[in-house]
Design a protein around this ligand. Structure first.
Ligand code: SF4
Length: 308
């Protein structure tokens, strides 16, 4: 399953399997759980539910690799309907996935997880599986990775929805050798102070931060000030930032006598209600994902190594 995607920060989605178990508040309205393939194939979700193997995955990945060669540029690919470090997935499946990564050097695999703490244990298990197979490339990739040498075509990211999850997952993330480390702060459900990770360490430990408010049924509110703060924290240390969407229920509290800019259409501030000082954005785009509707300050869409 290789698919063009509406996710603006990658070129395609490629899922080795589908299915997962919820682990934290950010999972509450998991997009993958209700997406079309999950409903169409009646794939179960949660602890004990069998994951659904995507049989066409390896062939689709090799096709994407050839396409990248033809285009003469690397393609960013992202498994969007699973967590690649899901402990309920058979080690043999993960070994197959790593083998495909080793066979597709023209792709950048954006591997996002909410389970960075299991990376080493999973890789040790995968190395054991690969030792019994005849695929030296995959074995050497994992063996070198465990020894501290990051694969050239893997970016490692963690999802962070609030400060508690930042404190949990950031220390684990920085222990994983990676060419590029990134954060997906989506759905953002609280303010984040990332300064320790972005500035206190002598070398920034993260090269890219993606930000997004929640969308879809039951979307939780997102304070535009949380997003603005992350943009400022990244800019202060020249870490690339990508604002994906402000969310279906974006608001601004900190008016303090000045106009609060969240959404601007035709130069006019739009809001549908005021509750005290709270102003809610009223978007045409259901996810608050059209940057044309945003105030200038939110229009930041950078990639690692490419800052605007
Ligand atoms: S970790 Fe990701 S894929 Fe898994 S349940 Fe949570 S949001 Fe969904």
């Amino acid at each position: 399953m290789g698919a063009d995607t509406k996710i603006q920060w990658c070129d395609a989605t490629l899922n080795p399997w589908i299915g997962c178990t919820k682990v934290s508040p950010g999972c509450k309205n998991c997009y993958a759980e209700t997406c079309t393939p999950v409903r169409a194939f009646r794939i179960g979700w949660g602890a004990g539910a069998p994951r659904w193997r995507v049989k066409s995955f390896a062939a689709a990945a090799r096709a994407a690799n050839r396409k990248a060669g033809r285009l003469g540029r690397r393609l960013r690919v992202f498994p969007s309907l699973c967590d690649w470090l899901d402990m309920e997935v058979a080690e043999a499946w993960l070994a197959d996935f790593v083998t495909t990564i080793a066979e597709t050097p023209e792709l950048d695999w954006l591997l996002l997880t909410k389970r960075p703490q299991v990376w080493r244990a999973r890789m040790v298990a995968v190395r054991h599986v690969l030792a019994s197979r005849e695929h030296a490339g995959a074995y050497m990739l994992v063996d070198a990775w465990l020894a501290g040498s990051a694969p050239a075509n893997v970016w490692i990211g963690v999802s962070i929805e609030d400060q508690a999850r930042a404190e949990q997952r950031m220390p684990e993330l920085v222990e994983i050798p990676a060419r590029v480390r990134f954060l997906s702060c989506e759905p953002l459900i609280g303010g984040l102070d990332l300064n320790y990770w972005l500035t206190v360490c002598l070398v920034p430990q993260v090269q890219w931060v993606i930000v997004g408010g929640e969308s879809g049924a039951g979307a939780r509110p997102c304070d535009a000030a949380w997003v603005e703060s992350i943009i400022e924290q990244c800019a202060a240390v020249r870490v690339s930032c990508f604002v994906k969407q402000l969310g279906a229920r974006a608001y601004r509290d900190d008016l303090n006598g000045r106009e609060a800019f969240i959404g601007i259409i035709g130069g006019k501030l739009t809001h549908r209600a005021e509750d005290g000082q709270r102003v809610w954005a009223k978007w045409k785009h259901s996810k608050g994902g059209d940057s044309e509707e945003w105030a200038e300050v939110f229009r930041v869409r950078e990639f690692p190594g490419v800052r605007s």
